[in-house]
Design a protein around this ligand. Structure first.
Ligand SMILES: NC(=O)c1ccc[n+]([C@@H]2O[C@H](COP(=O)([O-])OP(=O)(O)OC[C@H]3O[C@@H](n4cnc5c(N)ncnc54)[C@H](OP(=O)(O)O)[C@@H]3O)[C@@H](O)[C@H]2O)c1
Length: 245
């Protein structure tokens, strides 16, 4: 269904969740050479146990500019960049009245990490390549739980950064995926058993698609954006229809 990625190199920043592993697996299946990255080599080694052998691993700490610059220097030329790093787990929820400056600045790291990675990638990315960033459904729909104002701001910054760059750095294509709740992600793992059961029940009864997002579904959205040469500047909701509710 997707165009072959044979002869192309895909760089993925982030690994912990099933989401990143599903993207790595699918891009490798399409023939790409894949560089998978995370700040911990131990975690990369662990991830490799469930992935095909031709995937290369490299450490990078996306929130540190020097680490990101050195990472892209080492990688050399490549075709596609996918950034999923820095989920909401790294962005503690807090009501504004109680929010410390440190918490707010921590939440904005998602934007800064994305900025460092995209800027450093420009030296070596192919002109007909693509960049796919990850935002969140929080940019379209707020949570009644509250406490996500700065998380939403960071995700909005990522989304508008991507859309603006689609013009500025064309013909490189830039797109953004805005997922809703995904199973087998770090947010999902951080929930207790009864919360997970409640979320599954909610998805089955309330969401138009009657299930929670799966890592493979996220990977399919990313692959569509990577391989379709006519898509750029898009912020793609991938949320099971939650924004319709
Ligand atoms: N999961 C959801 O339901 C959901 C909903 C809406 C939006 N999203 C977005 O979708 C993306 C993927 O979600 P996720 O839940 O899979 O996120 P995640 O696991 O929290 O983060 C993705 C990856 O980034 C890595 N990472 C964190 N800090 C890093 C750093 N400084 N340098 C390099 N890598 C770093 C994480 O490693 P560690 O885990 O080892 O720290 C993890 O491997 C995120 O951008 C998230 O905001 C997710």
């Amino acid at each position: 269904m997707f165009e072959s990625l044979s002869g192309q190199k895909v760089v993925i920043i982030g690994i912990n969740s099933g989401v990143d592993l599903a993207i790595a697996k699918k891009t490798a299946e399409l023939g790409a050479s894949v560089v998978l990255s995370h700040y911990s080599q131990d975690k990369l080694n662990e991830a490799m146990e469930s992935l095909p052998g031709e995937i290369e691993t490299k450490t990078v700490d996306i929130v540190h500019e020097d680490s990101v610059n050195a990472f892209f220097e080492e990688i050399g030329n490549f075709d596609h960049l996918v950034v999923t790093s820095m989920g909401d787990r790294n962005m503690p929820r807090s009501l504004l009245a109680e929010m410390s400056t440190e918490t707010a600045q921590g939440a904005m790291q998602k934007f800064w990490g994305t900025f460092f990675a995209v800027r450093a990638s420009l030296k070596n990315i192919a002109p007909n390549g693509s960049i796919t960033l990850t935002s969140s459904v929080t940019i379209f729909k707020s949570s009644k739980m509250g406490g996500i104002s700065v998380i939403a701001a960071a995700n909005s910054a990522v989304a508008l950064f991507g859309r603006s760059l689609a013009l500025e750095i064309s013909p490189i294509r830039v797109n953004v995926v805005a997922p809703g709740l995904l199973e087998d992600s770090s947010i999902w793992s951080s929930q207790g058993e009864s919360e997970r059961a409640d979320l599954t029940k909610w998805a089955t009864t309330a969401l138009p698609v009657e299930h929670l997002g799966q890592p493979e579904e996220f990977a399919q959205a990313v692959l569509g954006l990577i391989t379709n040469p006519y898509i750029t500047g898009v912020v793609l909701p991938m949320d099971g229809g939650v924004t319709l509710l």
